[in-house]
Design a protein around this ligand. Structure first.
Ligand SMILES: Cc1cc2nc3c(=O)[nH]c(=O)nc-3n(C[C@H](O)[C@H](O)[C@H](O)COP(=O)(O)OP(=O)(O)OC[C@H]3O[C@@H](n4cnc5c(N)ncnc54)[C@H](O)[C@@H]3O)c2cc1C
Length: 233
């Protein structure tokens, strides 16, 4: 997909600052399949005279969307949530100072057909803020500075990832980039079959097996894992 989107909780951005939704989003087979799947709740899966009362444990994305589709089909769902906010891992709330706290790091790709479809059905898809397909990392050696991996538009995955790696100048040296070829090239050539065949390996084992540079583990994967752990402590 060409872009990713981050959910925003306010309409603070002026319309001019918004990027348009990717034009081809609804023309993909994935999207058509997702639309057809959810349309089934309005026709063949309708409760008719067999209305069920359903208890849903947990008000995260799964529980809330389950409740939405059950309700569309005419059933009576009740969501039981242990916390005092809904949304689970994507919840957001205002603290005592009135600041919005988001359980952040969430991006929704245009290639998530069910999510895009759900947001459209709820009439809140216009709240997604489309952004360039970019990964930004803080640089350990240069505190306060960031480096970007830019995934070019109009280059299909996974080639856009190869371009993002090759054009990054701050985090990866030329030697690092060359060292990444043995692990990444088979992904580009063999695709999912190669990826499935690596299932038995941890990320670190995969990187060691293909001689990928330690920098990638330290600066990207460990950094991301720490950010995730911190969020949940
Ligand atoms: C750091 C991080 C970053 C992520 N980034 C992305 C991203 O960028 N894009 C993306 O698509 N996905 C991302 N994900 C994954 C995504 O957040 C989850 O897949 C999704 O939110 C899970 O939704 P869920 O409803 O299945 O579970 P949860 O969101 O975990 O919801 C479960 C809910 O059940 C409640 N609950 C649990 N036990 C009980 C009980 N006994 N009684 C009552 N309530 C209970 C919990 O309080 C919680 O509210 C990320 C996840 C993490 C942790």
């Amino acid at each position: 997909m060409l872009f990713f989107a981050a959910a925003v909780h306010t309409a603070a951005l002026a319309p001019a600052a918004r990027r348009p939704e990717p034009a081809r989003l609804e023309q993909t087979q994935n999207y058509r399949d997702a639309t057809a799947a959810s349309a089934r709740f309005n026709d063949e899966l309708q409760a008719k005279d067999e209305k069920k009362t359903v208890a849903i444990i947990g008000g995260g994305l799964s529980g809330l969307s389950c409740a939405k589709y059950l309700s569309d089909a005419g059933h009576k769902p009740t969501v039981y949530e242990a916390r005092d906010v809904l949304g689970g891992k994507v919840s957001a709330w205002q603290d005592a100072d009135g600041d919005w706290i988001e359980t952040g790091l969430h991006i929704f790709f245009g290639a998530y057909p069910n999510m895009m479809n759900l947001l459209r059905e709820l009439k809140i898809r216009d709240r997604l803020q489309w952004a360039p397909h970019r990964m930004s990392f803080a640089m350990r050696q240069r505190p306060g500075e960031f480096t970007n991996f830019e995934f070019p538009a109009n280059v299909p995955a996974p080639f856009n990832m190869a371009a993002a790696i090759l054009t990054n100048r701050e985090m990866l040296s030329l030697v690092d980039k060359v060292k990444m070829v043995p692990g990444l090239l088979p992904m580009l050539i063999e695709g999912q079959d190669f990826i499935d065949a690596q299932d038995e390996l941890s990320v670190l084992e995969f990187m060691e097996k293909y001689g990928m540079p330690a920098t990638v583990n330290e600066e990207i994967f460990i950094a991301r894992a720490r950010a995730c752990i911190k969020l949940w402590l």
